[in-house]
Design a protein around this ligand. Structure first.
Ligand code: CO8
Length: 260
């Protein structure tokens, strides 16, 4: 698929999706969602990709939300279907078998915050701004935000952000656990790729099983979570990567994971 609203790149096992609608501060329209889904298809089909980085084109914005000019035309059914479409695609991000890092370079508002919330963790430029301002438009977060934000930062803080629509600057976002790390804006991508490349050198099976274990354990009773972890551990032990990792330690050399 030729992309018009995103830039898709794969270098040294790290895929990058850059949201790219600069005239609308990279806001999400239906076409952008289709392109995001298509890029995820490409990633899933490419054994070499070990990590995905999400970011926004330009200095000002990561993603400024759903495209309000498109949203404003929706009737009830169209709104519901668009919400569902976004939820399903963002859930694919959350469930992707490789780690996903959101590098938030500017405004991450509404659907932009919701994309970041579907990633595994968020790095932010110190100039980045988060927020779920849907309430000021007479609507609510509809791409998973009411669910993921409360799980990440706690129900009361999530309700405060959703009910007020207030903007949260990166340092505050870090304090409340929405963001993992904050960097000067000219260091954000360098630091993100440093982490991404480090992760890309790890075993693909163990990354996949670790992510699955944490994600699937979040919504079940802890005893079931332990069982999920033990099953995932067993899958890792059966992998050539586990033989390589443990063997390399015992032979006092660096592990060379082949990703199986
Ligand atoms: N949609 C469409 N266009 C946008 C959006 C957007 N979300 N955000 C910015 N733009 C456009 C502006 O209209 C403007 O275009 P133009 O130059 O043609 O007038 C251009 O981008 C630049 O924006 P501003 O001039 O407004 O730039 P400022 O620096 O003054 O302000 C802000 C930047 C604060 C980011 C401001 O643009 C803003 O408030 N944007 C809207 C943010 C917002 O409310 N986002 C939430 C949208 S709703 C949503 O995300 C719901 C998700 C769930 C959907 C569920 C399915 C139904």
């Amino acid at each position: 698929m030729a992309y018009e609203n995103i830039i898709f790149d794969v270098t040294d096992g790290v895929a990058t999706i850059t949201f790219n609608r600069p005239k609308a501060l990279n806001a999400i329209n239906g076409q952008l969602l289709d392109e995001l889904a298509s890029a995820l298809d490409e990633i899933e089909a490419d054994e070499q990709v070990r990590v995905l980085v999400l970011t926004g084109a330009g200095e000002k914005s990561f993603v400024a939300g759903a495209d309000i000019s498109e949203l404003a035309t929706f009737n009830t059914l169209q709104g519901k279907l668009f919400s569902r479409k976004g939820q399903l695609i963002f859930s694919r991000l959350q469930d992707l078998s490789i780690p996903v890092i959101a590098a938030v370079n500017g405004f991450a508002l509404g659907g932009g915050s919701e994309i970041a919330l579907a990633s595994d963790f968020i790095y932010a430029a110190e100039t980045a701004t988060f927020g779920l301002p849907e309430i000021t438009l007479g609507i609510i977060p509809g791409f998973g935000g009411t669910q993921r934000l409360a799980r990440l930062i706690g129900i009361n803080r999530a309700k405060e952000m959703i009910f007020t629509g207030a903007m949260v600057k990166a340092p505050e976002a870090e304090k409340i656990g929405l963001v993992n790390r904050v960097f000067p804006k000219d260091k954000l991508m360098e630091e993100t790729y440093k982490t991404a490349k480090g992760i890309a050198k790890k075993g693909k099976v163990s990354l996949r099983e670790a992510k699955k274990s944490v994600n699937n354990g979040m919504n079940v009773e802890i005893g079931i979570g332990f069982q999920i972890e033990a099953d995932a551990f067993g899958i890792c032990m059966a992998s050539p990567d586990a033989k390589e990792g443990t063997g390399a330690f015992l032979e006092k050399r660096k592990a060379e994971f082949k990703g199986s």
